[in-house]
Design a protein around this ligand. Structure first.
Ligand code: RIB
Length: 303
């Protein structure tokens, strides 16, 4: 069974649905509210587990996370490396989704901010090629330690640099696949946010400035763009779907990518499957509830 370790955040998502996202200074009334499990780490772990991978999550939660941990375990995510912090509450994400499925998210990190280097298992990559998946909702020093340790142990390191912040070159150099969206790519390159496929392609041609092995930019409805060293960037278009909620689409992408890589797929094939997984995830409300299972994702597909 493909095995994956996710190092990242766990949040309670408070999701409000509105007609239009509020502008600065504006109050709008929501027409719906749901609370559900979220956090980029937990979401990516669930996305991979739903596709059949053996997934463990390394994270910190507050004492209030009992229901979330039970949900994660029921999804097949091993939570033995999730510490319960007596001093901090579980992270909370205030998520607002408009009628076009676009969203804004504000996160109070809570216990996620207390995840420390000491919380990382000594053996992060338990086998050669085990995929270790990391995001930016935890401290930068923990991200750096996880990436470097996983690399040293022969893991396949996937970094989703969300939310955007800079990454030290020696950390980027230890990453096998970097998965930013357009804003995160711009932040990493200290460049203006590119627009669309053409803009991302142009920025990626400056790939020498990103020392990681491969860059896979998520482009929402436009799919993704894959840039591998010495090769032209390849556009992977997304299927057209009816968008309900884009929250968790990037996480579904990363979880599906990790699942395919852990199964030994090549990066282009893994990326193509991740694009299809993310497209399915935007057709339902909520970060985790809309993530596809293997049967849905692979029905009629070659892998
Ligand atoms: O990527 C989506 C996630 O971002 C939400 O589940 C929310 O918790 C925030 O972490």
């Amino acid at each position: 069974m493909p095995s994956i370790t996710v190092v990242g955040s766990v949040n309670r998502d408070l999701v409000l649905t509105v007609a239009e996202l509020p502008r600065p200074g504006e109050t709008v009334l929501a027409h719906g509210f749901v609370e559900g499990p979220g956090g980029k780490g937990a979401n990516q772990a669930v996305a991979a587990a739903r596709l059949g991978a053996e997934v463990r999550l390394v994270a910190r939660v507050g004492a209030d996370a009992g229901a979330i941990l039970r949900t994660l375990a029921a999804e097949g995510v091993a939570v033995t490396e999730v510490r319960t912090d007596a001093q901090a509450g579980t992270g909370i994400a205030s998520v607002v989704v408009d009628r076009a499925g676009e969203n804004t998210i504000v996160v109070n990190p809570g216990a996620n901010a207390a995840l420390s280097v000491d919380d990382l298992p000594r053996q992060l990559a338990r086998t050669q090629g085990e995929v270790v998946l990391v995001q930016h909702e935890i401290a930068a020093e923990v991200v750096a330690a996880a990436v470097l340790r996983a690399r040293e142990q022969g893991g396949t390191v996937v970094l989703n640099p969300a939310p955007a912040r800079s990454v030290a070159p020696e950390v980027l150099a230890a990453v096998d696949v970097l998965v930013p969206n357009l804003g995160e790519l711009a932040a990493l390159l200290d460049a203006p946010r590119p627009s669309g496929v053409a803009g991302a392609r142009e920025l990626l041609e400056r790939g020498a400035e990103l020392p990681c092995a491969a860059v896979l930019v998520t482009l929402g409805a436009d799919g993704a763009l894959l840039k591998q060293p010495g090769r032209p960037a390849v556009h992977l278009p997304a299927p057209v779907v009816e968008v309900v909620d884009t929250v968790g689409a990037g996480d579904t992408f990363c979880g599906a990518l990790a699942d395919s890589l852990a199964r030994g797929a090549d990066l282009a094939a893994a990326a193509e499957r991740a694009v299809r997984a993310a497209a399915l995830a935007v057709t339902g409300l909520g970060a985790q509830s809309s993530m596809p299972y293997a049967g849905q994702l692979d029905a009629g597909a070659a892998h």
